[in-house]
Design a binder for this molecule. Sequence first.
Ligand code: ATP
Ligand code: MG
Ligand code: MG
Length: 395
Amino acid sequence: MAPKKTVGILGGGQLGRMLTHPAALLGIPLIILDEGDYTPAKQTLLAPLNEDHLDGPFKSEEHIRALAKKCDVLTVEIEHVNADVLEAVEREGLCEVHPSGKTIRLIQDKYLQHQHLHEQGIACAPFAALPANPTHDDVVAIADKLGLPLMLKARTLAYDGRGNFPLKSTEPRHVAAALEFLGDRPLYAEGWAQFVKEVAVMVVRNTKGEVRSYDAVETIHRDSILRVCFAPLRPEAGMVGVNQRARELAEKAVATLDGAGIFGVEMFLLPDGSLLLNEIAPRPHNSGHHTIEACHTSQFENHLRAILSLPLGDTSLRVPSAAMVNVLGVDDSMGPVEDIADASLAVPGATVHLYGKAASRRARKMGHITVCGPSDAEVRGAVRTLLEAQPDLDA
Ligand code: ATP
Ligand code: MG
Ligand code: MG
């Protein structure tokens, strides 16, 4: 076998951490760029490789260029990186970059992403731009156009719903609360998607253009944060072919973007069985974590295979039913997270993943638990037990 190329990852969080596991199995050298010596991803590699990790911001030109010098391929575990520098690295031929800087730039701005998908004929919720520092009248004009409720969204730096505010009325105090919550970030608005379920599909494409998707999953969010994911998606009564159509839509959307790697495609399933695209993540995604235990080849291994021009692995499920439950921080203390993990160890079929984050915060993703089982009934029973062990964050 030819010597493995060295992969540089911008970002050292839990997604980077889960990339290190298949990298170790395949003997792929990985170098992580992130601030701090013990980020989740830097804790898991063999000691000699750790010396190569870079301590610095993944937005810093100097650090990204230093990483490119040590690597053959750069990739990301977070989209909020410095796309300008990634494009320069590609242009100057310093390193391969997957997915491309251009794709990452487009996805970073959720409004431009929507515009792109819309232009490509992919159905999304109706959307409209807002001017900088919008006034009450600007929001009323958008509500007249898109109807209420609507979702006000930050265009950039959004994750785990932290840039979203659902607006139910245009009463001045509601609009003022929304604009205060979202701050002075650039905003846009989306019409409300009256979905019956949220659906996600992971799609992987290698440098040779070979594409594979995973089975669609059902994702359950609360306050815009993913809590539980069920695999595979089970159709609603009377709906046919939803899994297949979701996979086709996700593959079509990814085909409009440049670069190799894994993509997470989030969708809304409407009561008439049609699908709207919500957003695309150009990286491993929380709705694909179950693939580690539940699929023949995980999203993380397939991402590495894809960017290294290796044959893609089998995306199919190897169990009849699976689920993933996120472990969210309850407050600033680690105690509740450890208690949830301990209780989960007693659940048959459950695998506990803790991310090794240095500090807990309310609603921060601290880990997840995967359950595999012989039937939906058994998996759902285990999920209920797991959720009972978690304090209600809404309380
Ligand atoms: P992620 O962590 O997935 O990157 P994000 O912060 O980018 O999340 P979105 O995916 O835009 O946020 O929205 C988070 C959740 O908010 C969605 O999964 C969905 O539950 C809800 N949501 C978003 N947009 C809409 C919409 N137009 N209509 C109804 N619900 C929506
Ligand atoms: Mg997002
Ligand atoms: Mg999302």
